[in-house]
Design a protein around this ligand. Structure first.
Ligand code: AMP
Ligand code: ZN
Length: 468
């Protein structure tokens, strides 16, 4: 069985992955707050951890992996978006408008992430469907002395959990000094965070032992992870921006309510998609949505290719040049794989992914499969990485599918020319080149490697006859 190694943010080390139960490998990814379209940065964790999901399914079997990604559908930003609609004259109660807004956003999210080739997770729980479990968890924390009620709020007492800060490597005192924490008179400690807060009559709220209110954001993931994956599971993932405080707080809640359990064994964090050195984010206003790109005609597979071109633990930029390059490569490869039977996945692709999801290296092995004429392997590797050949067909078009014999002939000749050059038989190499050029094959020489090639629109295979 392939050995997978993953960098665990908790230990800062790349470690061999050993699932608690290989018959049910369990992963959780923090999902979106559904008030607006996802921007390209939000798509990065989705695509990266989709590759992890696919790798785990490949290694442990498709029926032996459970993947949970939540929807946060109770949030002040959602309320504000619905209120703005109501004030703009929309009909219906605020509650109905909130429901409408979250439903609509979830629909957009599915359409956009589907377009990027991301598989739907096994479970996509909505926070509002797990309020009962959240209330129960909060009550458990109070009973164990880790939380307290104050003025209709319930707060987690960070000083009651000595390991608080282990994930981000900070002590509570450092955090207080460095962070902009909300100071509130009812908090015992500035770092204490909200588990439950009161709701005014016009806002969504649920009855609880502490009055009508709504959950804090952190308890949502702890409760949904617990309900769907159990108190201990394998992988918890999200963007690095969630490491503190969100994940730190999830750990505190889950570990304190289930002492003796381990919660997540491996913590994985993707780095940020940036714009001119700054995190792409709604609040900075430096964002564009996945839908903006799709509407501009950038295919989902191209977006996916660009996102996978950088290792997930490195910051990255989106550039038009990267998108153009990815378009050219996928267009070129498509011609060779469209009629291939996905056979054996190149071992280099698997090994790269198993080495802490090294997607740029995996793409490098696809280039190798292409240039060595292993087209069935190229197709299998593309599919493992989540590139759907049928979807590529939609934008590349059938015209570029090439007759298999012609294609093999061109690939063979390009390879023969390469061999001739290696043998210093430059006469032969030049003769092959001349015929290829006349037939409409455009060659791009590569340093120390087989030339890349493309067919011009006036490609004429009959002109290759001379070399057959
Ligand atoms: P949010 O809706 O802001 O909680 O974000 C949803 C997911 O997108 C979280 O896993 C974030 O860590 C991630 N995320 C947000 N902005 C970026 C970014 N610029 N680059 C990569 N991931 C991001
Ligand atoms: Zn979360």
């Amino acid at each position: 069985m392939t050995k997978i190694r993953l960098t665990n943010s908790m230990t800062h080390r790349k470690q061999e992955f050993a699932p608690l139960d290989p018959a049910n490998v369990r992963m959780y990814l923090c999902g979106p707050t559904v008030y607006d379209r996802a921007h390209l940065g939000n798509a990065r964790p989705v695509v990266v951890f989709d590759v992890l999901y696919r790798l785990l399914r490949h290694v442990y079997g498709p029926d032996h992996v459970t993947y949970v990604r939540n929807f946060t559908d109770v949030d002040d930003k959602i309320n504000a978006a619905a209120l703005a609609r109501k004030e703009a004259g929309a009909a219906g109660t605020l509650e109905a408008l909130i429901r409408e807004r979250t439903e609509e956003t979830i629909g957009w999210y599915h359409a956009d992430m589907d377009a990027l080739g991301a598989l739907r997770p096994t479970h996509e729980p909505r926070a509002t469907e797990y309020i009962g479990q959240m209330v129960e968890m909060i009550a458990g924390l109070i009973a164990r002395g880790h939380a307290y009620e104050a003025e209709g709020h319930v707060l987690f007492d960070v000083r009651s959990y000595p390991d608080y800060g282990a994930l981000s490597g900070r002590s509570v005192d450092d955090m207080i000094a460095g962070a902009r924490v909300e100071v509130a008179p009812y908090k015992r400690d500035a770092m204490d965070f909200v588990l439950w807060k009161p709701s005014s009559d016009d806002l969504p709220g649920w009855e609880s032992p502490w009055g009508r209110g709504r959950p804090g954001w952190h308890i949502e993931c702890s409760a949904m992870g617990d309900a769907l994956l159990g108190p201990s599971f394998d992988i918890h993932a999200g963007g690095i921006d969630l490491q503190f405080p969100h994940h730190e707080n999830e750990i505190a809640q889950s570990m304190c309510v289930h002492p003796g359990e381990g919660f997540a064994q491996v913590w994985m964090h993707n780095e940020m998609l940036q714009v001119e050195g700054k995190k792409m984010s709604k609040s900075l206003g430096n964002f564009f949505t996945v839908r903006d790109l799709l509407d501009k005609g950038v295919p989902g597979e191209v977006i996916r290719f660009v996102l996978l071109g950088t290792h997930y633990r490195k910051p990255m930029d989106w550039t038009e040049r990267k998108a153009e390059e990815a378009t050219k490569i996928l267009r070129k490869w498509y011609r060779f794989v469209v009629d291939e039977d996905p056979s054996i996945i190149p071992s280099g692709v698997i090994n790269s992914l198993a080495d802490d999801l090294n997607t740029p290296s995996a793409l490098g092995f696809l280039h190798t499969a292409y240039s060595s004429g292993k087209h069935a392997e190229l197709r299998a590797g593309l599919e493992l990485l989540g590139f759907d050949i049928e979807s590529i067909r939609n934008w590349v078009g059938d015209a570029s599918a090439l007759n298999e014999d012609d294609r093999d002939l061109v690939a063979k000749l390009v390879y023969e020319r390469h061999q001739a050059k290696l043998n210093k038989d430059f006469g032969k190499a030049d003769a092959i080149r001349d015929v290829l050029l006349k037939a409409g094959v455009e060659l791009q020489d590569q340093k120390d490697d087989v030339a890349d090639w493309e067919l011009s629109p006036d490609f004429d295979p009959a002109k290759l006859e001379a070399l057959k």
